[in-house]
Design a binder for this molecule. Structure first.
Ligand code: ZN
Ligand code: ZN
Length: 310
């Protein structure tokens, strides 16, 4: 009996010290989520030639992990996808910028928990309507712990702006405020897709691929960010498969093209050159951010993607 008790307490002690040790091993102090708006899997990682994402394929994948079966499990529209990533909840949200998320985001949790000011978490987006990500309806959180935002031409509502302008703001903010948490939205390739411009749509994917590499290299060349920054590269939704409604021109339904997106993640805490084939979804990004930056996120419905850690 005594021996049994001893073994049991030994297991408990070892278990606790193991889990706290594991947690303290997280090196990332900063997390950036880059959302490339609306590419289909068939033109990105599902294309075996990787013709439109040469940089992510040859330069970034060797340094990170890829989820081949990453999903939007909720509403395959821009504001729905971004809301799932930031709040960990699939919400049937208005897509025009007139409705804010129901639940608090990783930004609000982070600012509250760490007692930092709004410039330590940023929402920087080419689409003006995504300023909705900087607030929520929950009465305990509404208008509180809000991240800084820089969205569209001049906030919500105004109009979209060029992705190049958005990336310039990102680099300025990184220099000036050194935020710990940031989401970036690039309006392409979604914008060209909606104008039925196939060439522009492909160019938009290629531009996102270049911005992803440029951002990662900027992180590696910045003394403040180097070695302690995680980058998630993902999308808000895909687009209809060919043969579903008007194909690549639109999105918003339940088809495989709209649901199937991807996630590439890089940082000091993740495995490298690793491809996962099991399913994960956008909500898991919110929970994984909370885990890595050590705060509780009671309202997220996601799971921590433990398998990606070294
Ligand atoms: Zn979108
Ligand atoms: Zn569809």
């Amino acid at each position: 009996m005594l021996k049994k008790l001893f073994v049991l307490s030994l297991i408990l002690v070892l278990g606790f010290s193991f889990s706290s040790k594991e947690k303290s091993k997280i090196q990332s102090e900063n997390i950036i989520v880059l959302v490339i708006d609306g590419p289909r899997y068939t033109e990105t990682w599902g294309d075996s030639t990787h013709a439109h994402i040469p940089n992510m394929y040859s330069q970034l994948l060797p340094q990170g992990v890829l989820y081949q079966d990453f999903r939007n499990t909720g509403f395959t529209i821009t504001n729905g996808g971004h809301t799932a990533i930031c709040t960990g909840v699939d919400q049937n949200i208005d897509n025009t910028g007139k409705e804010i998320p129901q639940f608090p985001s990783v930004f609000q949790y982070y600012i509250k928990e760490k007692k930092v000011d709004s410039t330590k978490a940023w929402v920087i987006t080419s689409k003006d309507k995504l300023e909705i990500l900087a607030n929520c309806k929950d009465s305990l959180w509404h208008n509180k712990y809000r991240p800084a935002a820089n969205c569209g031409l001049s906030g919500n509502p105004s109009t979209y702006r060029k992705d190049k302008v958005t990336m310039n703001h990102v680099y300025e903010v990184m220099k000036k405020h050194q935020p710990n948490l940031m989401i970036i939205n690039l309006k392409e390739p979604d914008f060209s897709g909606h104008t039925a411009n196939w060439k522009g749509y492909l160019k938009g994917i290629e531009a996102g691929d270049k911005y992803a590499l440029e951002l990662w290299n900027t992180i590696q060349n910045d003394a403040h960010y180097k070695g302690k920054t995680t980058l998630f590269i993902t999308s808000d939704h895909g687009r209809h498969l060919d043969g579903v409604k008007n194909g690549y021109i639109n999105h918003g339904c339940d088809c495989e093209g709209c649901r199937h997106i991807n996630l590439l993640a890089l940082g000091p805490d993740f495995k490298q050159n690793k491809i996962f084939t099991h399913q994960r979804n956008q909500k898991d990004i919110a929970s994984t951010i909370a885990y890595m930056l050590s705060f509780q996120m009671a309202t997220s419905k996601g799971e921590v993607m433990m398998e990606m850690f070294k």
